[in-house]
Design a protein. Structure first.
Length: 168
């Protein structure tokens, strides 16, 4: 395991989460934009040097944090698409969790204006109410979610709405 790389990931993920919390509390997202851009640039370099930052390289927590940085790289869709391909292989090799692939798949699809597959992405509707982004084949949504280790869509929706109410 590369402990230095794992420590870098942990530091960056901690900054990521702190900036998101500050934005929720203050409405000021300037730190968030800067941190996401810095993390995206760092992640590109780390991937170029090491390939996907999987479990055997950075541990389970590090792999989770690498996914988090990719998930939040919304201003770099090319990076997210690159990571999506790497995650597909990493999941097949046991180096990443299937839920990470599900979340990033949905994130990339929604950014491209397409329906999501796993129902993980939400948006604010007019009036500020949280709602799920469009989902392909909604009748099979819970089966797809279960296949990657996610809770039911109804339970996830309940959690998302509780979290949204707490953020207000």
């Amino acid at each position: 395991m590369n402990h230095d790389l794992a420590a870098d990931l942990h530091h960056r993920a901690t900054q990521d989460q702190a900036a998101r919390q500050r934005m929720l509390e203050t409405g000021d997202g300037r730190d968030l934009v800067r941190i996401d851009a810095d993390n995206s640039a760092w992640l590109k370099q780390a991937i170029a040097a090491h390939g996907w930052l999987g479990i055997s390289l950075v541990g389970e927590q590090g792999a989770d944090e690498a996914w988090l940085l990719a998930q939040h790289a919304d201003r770099d869709l090319d990076l997210q698409r690159q990571v999506l391909g790497l995650l597909q292989d990493a999941v097949a090799d046991g180096e990443a969790l299937p839920r990470h692939l599900a979340y990033l798949t949905d994130r990339v699809l929604v950014a491209a204006g397409e329906p999501q597959v796993y129902g993980t992405q939400y948006t604010k509707a007019p009036g500020g109410k949280l709602q799920p982004c469009a989902v392909a084949d909604p009748e099979q949504l819970d089966a797809r979610r279960a296949a990657v280790g996610l809770e039911s869509a109804a339970e996830y929706d309940r959690r998302m709405r509780v979290h949204d109410a707490e953020a207000v």
